[in-house]
Design a protein around this ligand. Structure first.
Ligand code: MG
Ligand code: MG
Length: 276
């Protein structure tokens, strides 16, 4: 059987810039409107408006059986929450995952936002820390990709970052990052932890969606009765951050960040280079 290479050509990498930026813009729209009192369905609609307004399509709607533009996961929900009429409350930790397909190429990205709650400062601080450590682990993984020989170094960096935080957070084992291109989900898998297998080589043409899914307690999860939502068994909070990232001849570029990842990579001494 003929296997398509996991490595893209320079022209294919250029085709992935716009869907990445549209995906980023859809999450910016969510960021702008999220607040207590807003429903998860309204967040979904905001992302959908941006994606269709820029001439793109929702790639989540191309996943069999899924009708929404985003996944919105609240509190003990870690990933794959279905947007609807749930009203967000003060102190909620909300992970939003979005993706756009533009001219046949895909972007995929996720953010976590903690809503303010002046009456519960400790809860908000705990959830902020979980989100910050998760986002930090994403950037540690992206920074590792910039110089890695093999994909396995990315997961090792993510795991090390989370362990170094000293909070005893769990990392989901059953859900992983992935290659991305013509399809939203392509080979190879990108684990969020150290594995015995070093995995495929990192070299120009590789595009990965890196997406740590981290929980405040045990990593044990279950799927809710809606057949989608992944929630923690112990009820502790989850956080999910994701970017689509390309390695090209000039270096690394985060496709789903408007600045190519410059701000997130700066603490690691890595400077992204625009895809030429
Ligand atoms: Mg995603
Ligand atoms: Mg993904």
């Amino acid at each position: 059987m003929l296997r398509r290479s996991i490595y893209k050509t320079p022209a294919q990498l250029r085709s992935m810039v716009e869907p990445g930026l549209i995906t980023a813009a859809s999450l910016d729209a969510v960021r702008d409107m999220i607040a207590p009192g807003v429903t998860t369905g309204e967040l979904d609609a905001a992302a959908a408006r941006i994606i269709s307004g820029r001439g793109a399509e929702s790639n989540f709607q191309m996943v069999r059986g899924y009708r929404h533009t985003t996944c919105v996961s609240v509190n003990e929900q870690v990933v794959h929450g279905i947007p609807g009429d749930r009203v967000l409350e003060p102190g909620d930790i909300v992970s939003i995952d979005s993706g756009a397909q533009f001219r046949g190429w895909n972007g995929d990205s996720a953010i976590t936002i903690v809503l303010p709650d002046p009456s519960r400062p400790e809860l908000v601080a705990e959830r902020e820390t979980l989100s910050q450590v998760t986002e930090g682990s994403l950037w540690a993984g992206i920074a590792a990709m910039a110089t890695a020989n093999h994909i396995g170094e990315i997961g090792a960096a993510i795991e090390a970052h989370i362990a170094a935080s000293g909070h005893g957070y769990g990392i989901l084992r059953d859900y992983v990052g992935h290659g991305i291109g013509r399809k939203m989900h392509e080979a190879p898998s990108v684990f969020n932890y150290r594995t015995p297998d070093p995995g495929p080589r990192v070299h120009p043409g590789l595009v990965l969606a890196i997406e740590p899914m981290v929980v405040a307690g045990s990593e044990e999860t279950f799927i809710e009765d809606d057949d989608w939502t992944v929630s923690t068994v112990d009820g502790t909070s989850g956080s999910h951050w994701e970017h689509s990232v390309a390695i090209h001849d000039g270096g690394i570029w985060v496709l789903t960040a408007a600045d190519g990842g410059a701000a997130g990579l700066a603490p690691f001494g890595v400077r992204p280079v625009e895809i030429g």
